[in-house]
Design a protein around this ligand. Sequence first.
Ligand SMILES: [Mg+2]
Length: 231
Amino acid sequence: MLVLVDLDDTLCNTWEAGKRTLVRFLFFLFRKRKFRAILYFLAGRYKRFERAKHVHVLDLDSIVEVVMRDIYPNISEEELREITSNVEETFFKFLKLYPDAIPFLSGVRKLGATVVLITDSSTEWQRKKIRVLGIEDYFDDVIISGETGHSKLDDYNFQLALRRFPSDEIYAVGDRDDTDMRGGKSIGAITILVRRGYFKSRKVEFADYVVKDLFEALEVIRSEHKKRAET
Ligand SMILES: [Mg+2]
């Protein structure tokens, strides 16, 4: 039994921490009189980077850098460094595990599952999150797009997990349909979408189950696992 789990907005509150960081960041920009940047964020213009593959392998400070350069092509290195270190510090202060994350991870381990974390973004940033959240020991493997060079917009990292841990009983758990669920489907997983975070109200196409939290996801896995054992 193989369980593939996503990190951001599935195990931890990345979008919420990001939003709180953004609010702080707006005050920071205001103090710096960067009004064009404030308008850019308030208008949600960063959304155009959502489907940009290269952005999926970046971390938050690099994304801020991409966006700030988009708004101010001539911004100085010094100013960028000040902004990105401010963003990183604030973000990690707000980043927390969801209360159902540990019960879920220990629950699937108790069922005898091999647990693989598949996550987009850079190595440094994702490894730092895992360390800060204290969840290293729950995973048999961690696959990060920044390390493989493939984001979850393609199937590569899901195929890789299956090659490393062959199984005919696979579950994929995540918050995003067009990456976590679609990737899970590509290797024959039962896909469980957790409705929270940034992608909460998006259209669902690839999920077998839609649940409100990881307690429900664990129940789905338990009952599917039991059904298999009985047949
Ligand atoms: Mg996610």
